[in-house]
Design a protein around this ligand. Structure first.
Ligand SMILES: Cc1cc2nc3c(=O)[nH]c(=O)nc-3n(C[C@H](O)[C@H](O)[C@H](O)COP(=O)(O)OP(=O)(O)OC[C@H]3O[C@@H](n4cnc5c(N)ncnc54)[C@H](O)[C@@H]3O)c2cc1C
Length: 477
C-alpha cells in the first residue's frame, strides 16, 4: 500500500486541511478521555457531508485501511481510540454538526452525528420543546457517539436511553453505501430492525451520519431535592413510593454514597451538601412540572411527598432546592463525582446494572469480599439507581503505594465480575465494551449470543474495517 497515494485520494475528497497529520493536530484524537489508551493513526480525517464519509470509506476499502469513527472522544472504554498499529485512520464526525430539521408537529429533530449533545438540548429549548438525553459529558459528546454507545445518563428513568429516543438513522456502511432511514416514523414494522443494530455497536458496524430523535413537551419547571437515607431498603421503598405517587413526573433518582460525596467535596470544596444528616446514601430526586398555573406545583408536590416519606421513616433528612441556581448546584455535585474520581491516581471503574431486587445483596456481599481481599480499598459507589445502574468504582486504600491498582486489578475484577454473574447483572450498563471490557464479553453474554454478534460483524463488515478489535476479540473473528 502506498500511503501517499492513499492520503492524496482522501485530500481529493475533503481537502488537505481536513486530513490532519501533524502530531500536534492529531494528538487529541489519539488518546481517550481518561488517558489510559494511546493510539497511532495514519491521519485524522474530518468530513463535512455524508457523501464525503461514503467516499472516504470507499477509499479505505480500496487500500484496506481500518476506520475508527470518533465523535466527542469522551468514551470511558477506549472505544474511540485507534490501535497502535499505525495502519488506521480516525474519522471524526465533528464537522458534521448541522441541525438538519426540527419538526414540531412530529415532535422530532434531525441531527447530524457530530452535533454536540448540549447544542441539541439548547436547540430544542429554543423551540419550547425538550430533548431529554442528559449526561455529564454533554458539553463534548456527540449525538453519533451517544447512539453508537447507546448512552444513558440521568433521565433514563422517565425517558429511556439513547436507543429509546431515536426514531431513525442515516448510516454509511462498510461498503461505502448510504443507508437512508430518517423518516421519523413511530411505527414501522417492515422487516428487521436495522436501526437498533447500529445503536450500541460502538462504530463496529456502520458510521452514523445523522439521526432523527424524539422531542417532548418542555417542563415548565423542575423541582429537585437532596434526600438523606441511611438504609438501602428504605431507598428502594422511597423510589417505589415516588414512582407510585409522582408517577411520570419523577425524572431522576440518583444515588450517591457517603464515600462518593466525601471524595467529591475533598476535590471540589466549593460544593456544599446542605443536609443536616450525613447519611449512608444521599439521593438526588427530580420532578418535572408541566402545568403553567397549577395549584399543585412540582415543588409543593415534592414537599408533601417527602414529608409523607419522612413520616413513614423512609428518609432521615431532605432539602428542596429553592432556586434554579440551587437545582444546578445539586446536579453539579452529582456530576462532579466522576471528575473527582478522575483526580485520584489509582482507580478502577465498573459501570454495572442489576435488577433492583438484587442490588443490595450485590453491594453488601461484594463490599465485604473486596475488603477481605484488599483491606482499606475505597468503594466510590454512585449511579442512576432508578435504572438499577451503579457506577461501582474503586480507589486504592489511602496509604497504598504507587501501582496498587495495577497489582491488585485482576483480583478485584475477578471478584466483581463473578459477583455480577452471580446476581445476573450486566458488566456494562451504559458505557459499552470498547477495548476495556472486550475480554469479558464472551463469558458474560455466553457462547450463543457471542457467536451471533460475530456472525453479524462478519456479515456487515467482512473485511473488519470498522473499529476493528473493539467490542469483539480479534482472534475470535
Ligand atoms: C464525564 C463523563 C461522564 C459520562 N457520563 C455518562 C453517563 O452518564 N451515561 C453514559 O451513558 N455515558 C456517559 N459517559 C460516557 C459516554 O459513553 C460518552 O460520553 C458518550 O456517549 C460518547 O459520545 P462521544 O461523542 O464522545 O463518542 P466517542 O467517545 O467519540 O465514541 C464512542 C464510541 O462511539 C463510536 N462512534 C462515535 N461517533 C460515531 C458515529 N457517528 N458513528 C458510529 N460510531 C461512532 C466510536 O467509534 C466509539 O466506539 C460519560 C463520559 C464522561 C467523560
Amino acid at each position: 500500500m502506498n500511503v501517499d497515494d492513499f492520503l492524496e485520494e482522501l485530500e481529493g475528497v475533503i481537502g488537505s486541511q481536513y486530513v490532519l497529520r501533524d502530531a500536534k493536530d492529531t494528538a487529541p484524537y489519539l488518546t481517550d478521555w481518561r488517558g489510559i489508551y494511546q493510539g497511532v493513526a495514519i491521519a485524522v480525517v474530518l468530513p463535512k457531508h455524508t457523501a464525503q464519509v461514503a467516499s472516504i470509506v470507499q477509499i479505505c476499502r480500496k487500500y484496506k485501511i481500518a476506520i475508527i469513527p470518533q465523535g466527542g472522544n469522551t468514551s470511558l472504554t477506549g472505544s474511540a481510540t485507534p490501535e497502535t498499529t499505525g495502519a488506521q485512520i480516525v474519522l471524526s464526525l465533528k464537522r458534521m454538526n448541522a441541525i438538519r430539521n426540527i419538526d414540531l408537529q412530529n415532535q422530532t429533530m434531525t441531527l447530524e452525528a457530530g452535533c454536540i449533545l448540549q447544542v441539541a438540548q439548547e436547540e430544542a429549548s429554543k423551540h419550547q420543546v425538550f430533548f431529554p438525553l442528559s449526561l455529564a459529558a454533554q458539553g463534548s459528546c456527540t449525538i453519533g457517539g451517544n447512539l453508537a454507545t447507546n448512552a444513558g445518563g440521568t433521565n433514563v428513568l422517565r425517558f429511556g436511553n439513547a436507543r429509546d429516543l431515536c426514531l431513525g438513522l442515516e448510516v454509511v456502511t462498510p461498503q461505502g453505501e448510504i443507508l437512508h432511514g430518517l423518516r421519523g416514523l413511530r411505527k414501522d414494522n417492515t422487516g428487521y430492525d436495522l436501526r437498533n443494530l447500529f445503536i450500541g455497536s460502538e462504530g463496529t458496524l456502520g458510521i452514523i451520519t445523522a439521526a432523527v430523535m424524539k422531542l417532548f413537551a418542555a417542563p415548565t419547571k423542575k423541582s429537585s431535592a437532596l434526600v438523606a437515607v441511611s438504609d438501602f431498603s428504605d431507598m428502594l421503598r422511597l423510589l417505589q413510593f415516588l414512582q407510585k405517587r409522582a408517577n411520570a413526573e419523577l425524572t431522576a433518582f440518583e444515588m450517591m454514597t457517603r464515600e462518593s460525596i466525601e471524595l467529591t467535596l475533598q476535590h471540589f470544596p466549593q460544593f456544599d451538601i446542605p443536609l443536616v444528616h450525613q447519611a449512608s446514601f444521599t439521593i438526588l430526586i427530580e420532578l418535572f412540572e408541566y402545568q403553567e398555573d397549577s395549584s399543585e406545583t412540582a415543588t409543593s408536590m415534592l414537599e408533601s411527598l417527602l414529608e409523607e416519606a419522612m413520616q413513614q421513616e423512609l428518609l432521615e433528612d431532605a432539602v428542596i432546592a429553592n432556586s434554579l441556581a440551587q437545582v444546578k448546584d445539586f446536579w453539579q455535585i452529582r456530576e462532579h463525582i466522576t471528575l473527582a474520581q478522575a483526580k485520584e491516581p489509582e482507580n478502577l471503574k465498573f459501570d454495572i446494572s442489576f435488577a433492583l431486587s438484587k442490588l443490595e445483596r450485590f453491594m453488601t456481599e461484594t463490599g465485604q469480599m473486596l475488603e477481605d481481599a484488599c483491606p482499606g480499598i475505597r468503594i466510590i459507589n454512585f449511579g442512576h439507581l432508578g435504572d438499577g445502574n451503579l457506577h461501582y468504582n474503586l480507589c486504592a486504600p489511602k496509604d497504598a503505594s504507587k501501582g496498587y491498582i495495577a497489582s491488585q486489578g485482576e483480583r478485584i475484577q475477578e471478584i466483581v465480575y463473578a459477583q455480577i454473574d452471580k446476581y445476573e447483572g450486566s458488566i456494562s450498563a451504559e458505557h459499552g465494551i470498547g477495548q476495556l471490557k472486550r475480554e469479558h464479553l464472551k463469558a458474560h453474554r455466553g457462547d450463543v449470543a457471542y457467536e451471533m454478534m460475530l456472525a453479524i460483524k462478519q456479515a456487515l463488515d467482512p473485511e473488519n474495517l470498522f473499529n476493528p478489535n473493539k467490542v469483539l476479540i480479534p482472534k475470535q473473528l
